[in-house]
Design a protein around this ligand. Structure first.
Ligand code: FES
Length: 195
């Protein structure tokens, strides 16, 4: 995979040294097992929460056949582009946005293009239309006011949710932006498989 966040790749590929430096740690599957699964695959990594030294939370990384989402050259800073991923089922609506600021998992020359699922991880509130350009955040959620930081892998920064917003893993191939997987569990789904 090209241009996927090296921290996430380190976790997937079993490079524990790099992963731990990055605040993540691979478990359950080694690289060989991961590759042998083929197609849709899910593994689990531990994600450190900035500011909470002891807090680590499991997050699922799932890969899928890549899907063309948009052209990098057509994105405007702070103008969200909506799409569905990993399928067209429930809770698949997602946001692609060029933040104009480097972000975790960001692609492009400025590492500022990211994508996230639109469904709040607390109780499934819809986050469509809540992008805040000033804070590079999504929210507040209309149900219980959670807001997620899109520069830091969708970590919650206020409100009721206690899990980060699932991040869509992106690849850049020339000018084409592809979605290739999910980092984190989509609300309402057990394993990110078809909803
Ligand atoms: S559903 Fe979003 S904060 Fe509760």
């Amino acid at each position: 995979m090209k241009n996927v966040d090296p921290k996430i790749l380190a976790a997937i590929n079993g490079n524990n040294g790099e992963a731990e430096k990055a605040g993540t740690r691979r478990c359950l599957m080694n690289r060989r097992q991961f590759l042998l699964t083929g197609g849709i695959a899910t593994t689990v990594v531990m994600v450190g929460i900035p500011g909470l030294a002891q807090a680590q939370t499991p997050a699922a990384v799932s890969t899928y056949p890549r899907k063309l989402i948009a052209k990098l050259s057509e994105l405007e800073t702070d103008v969200p582009f909506d799409f569905e991923y990993p399928d067209e089922g429930e809770y698949a609506e997602s946001i692609l946005v060029k933040l104009g600021r480097e972000a975790g998992g960001g692609i492009g020359p400025e590492k500022d293009v990211v994508a996230f699922n639109y469904t709040c991880t607390h109780q499934g509130g819809p986050l469509q239309g809540t992008y805040q350009a000033a804070d590079k955040a999504l929210g507040p959620c209309p149900l219980h006011l959670t807001t997620f930081d899109l520069t830091r892998h969708g970590i919650f920064i206020a409100g009721q949710a206690y899990q980060s917003l699932p991040q869509v893993l992106l690849e850049l191939d020339g000018d084409d932006i592809y979605a290739v997987g999910m980092f984190g569990l989509i609300y309402g789904r057990f394993d990110n498989l078809q909803g």
